[in-house]
Design a binder for this molecule. Sequence first.
Ligand code: NAD
Length: 294
Amino acid sequence: MSDTLGFVGLGRMGALMSKRLLDAGHRVVGCDVTPEAVAAFEANGGTAAADAAAVARQADVVFLSLPSPPIVGEVAAAIAGAGGTVRSVVDVSTTGPSVAKRAAAALGEQGIHWFDCPVSGGLKGAREGTLACMVSGPKADYERIDELLACFGKRFYVGDGAGLAQVAKLANNMLAAAAMVVSSEAMVMGVKAGIDPHVLLDIFNASTGRNSATEDKFPRSVLPGTFDFGFHTGLSYKDVRLCIDEAEAMGVPMIAGAVVRQILAATNAKYGPTSDFTSIVKITEDWAGVEVRG
Ligand code: NAD
C-alpha cells in the first residue's frame, strides 16, 4: 500500500485539512485549479500534481474538497479513469446524496471505495481538528479511513449506503441557515425597538431562543461588523437548494426551508456568492432601516 495521500481541492477548507494531514506526518499530493491554492499547499509541505488523475496515480486514499456536485462528478470520473494505486476516495465536500451515489457507482466499477464524509465546524474546526465528520461508505474498509479522519475531528459513522452522510449534512446546514435567518429577524426587531444587541443576545443565549447563530455568528461576525465567519453565501445557498431538492425528490415537503432558500437567494443576489453568509442579516436590516452592531 502507498503511504501517500491525495487531496483534490485546496481551497479554504482543503488548505486547512490537507495541512492537518501533512502536520501528522503523511506525504500528501494535491491539486487545485487555482495556482495560489497550490502554492500555499506547497508552502505547507505538500507535493503538487497536475490534476486529479495525477493525484490518483500516486495515492492510496484521495480526499476531495470541492465546491459543487458537477465538479465532484467530473473529478470522480477522472479518478475512476486514472488507474494507479488509489483504493478509496473520501469526499469531504457538501454536495448532496445524488452525486455521491453516482460517484460511488463509477468508482466501484474500478474497485475503488467511495466514502462521503461531509464535515461541519467551519474554518476554525478545520484548523483545530475539531470538525464533526459524518461518514458513509463500506464498513469493511472503514478502519483505515477512520484513522485518517481522526486528523480532522470527531467521526460519526452513518452507514454503508453512499450519500447517507450527505443527507445528514444537508439537514444540518438547513438548520444552521434557518437559525441565521430567523435570528436576524429577531435581532433586527429588538434593536429597532431600542434594545442593546449585546443584552438581547445575552437574553437569547440564557433562554429558549439560543441557537448556533445567537451563540456564535452574531457575537463573532455581526455585532463587530466584520462579516468574517468564513462561510460563503454561495455555499450556504447551494446547501439549502440541494437540501430542498433532495427532500422534494424523497417526498418530504420543506415549506419553512423554502423561505430560508429565498432569503439566501436575496442575500446572494445583493451581496454576491463570495460574501460571508452572516450577510443574511443585512437583508432584514435594509428592510427595517436599522443595523445590528455592537
Ligand atoms: P473553496 O471555494 O474555498 O474551495 C474549493 C476549491 O476547489 C477551490 O480552491 C477551487 O479552486 C477548487 N477546485 C474547483 N474545481 C476544481 C477541480 N476541478 N480540480 C481541483 N480543484 C478544484 O470552498 P471551501 O469553503 O473550501 O468549501 C469546500 C467544500 O467544503 C464545499 O463543498 C463546502 O460546502 C464544504 N464546506 C465548507 C465549509 C466552510 O466553512 N467553508 C464548512 C464545511 C463544509
